[in-house]
Design a protein around this ligand. Sequence first.
Ligand SMILES: [Fe+2]
Length: 281
Amino acid sequence: MTRRDFLSLAAKAIAGTSLGFALGPFLAAAHCVVTRTSVTLRGLPREFDGFRIALLTDLHHSEWIPRSYLRQIVDRTNLQDVDLIALTGDLIHCGRPWIPGCVSELSRLQARRGVVSVLGNHDHADYAAAPLRHALRSAGIYDLTNDGIDLRRRGAEFRIGGVGDLWRDRQRPRKALSGAMSAESALLLSHNPDYAETLRDERVGLMLSGHTHGGQVIIPGIGAPHLPSRYGQKYREGLCQGPIVRVYVSRGSGSSFPPVRIACPPEIAIITLRSLPESRT
Ligand SMILES: [Fe+2]
């Protein structure tokens, strides 16, 4: 084999691999990995021990992430039989025309305690934030932008709040967390995980985020060549530790442009909250 033949073959292999990953989301949500993580919160009442949350983020409904793909993601999420579904933004990519189809699919999400959401930076493009929030509320999805809710179970309470996107909105954690009384007694939704670097509120036991997409392309030994974070690879994916608050960063279920994922499959994250062993007795 000549050098020219080898380079030609290598180029075709790379193109074929990239195309395969690029087309993956169009073909089936089977490419999407369901991950499972348990997190212990010191302030979680024992009544909420075992509370299961599905984290869906960064769907990026657009020309390259069709409604049929969202439908499969919703169906797979519903099979997980969780207590709560948390959406942490970038539900659409860029533009109001994508709102009706996206929200129509998300309205089919089923969880015992409902569906909550915050928006991401892409949801703000084309003045889409206000109509998207309105459509989500109309579909029965609770908008947690700088707001929160108290979940109750057998007399115990657990606070779930959210803040606006770090790049495109304001963050008002005081209102989001009002009602939480002790350390690690609340959950906070924030699209951008970098917000953990400025959040110094010990009441937050876990922050749920997306935004980084896991980098979408991972080079072994190096990591993600491109990551939209000021803190390098720190908040690339999975359970991360901020200065005060832990963050679970999902790789997201969709894809930004170009729609290519290499060694970084899309994700539906299932997170189980655990209380301290002594509080369970
Ligand atoms: Fe995103």
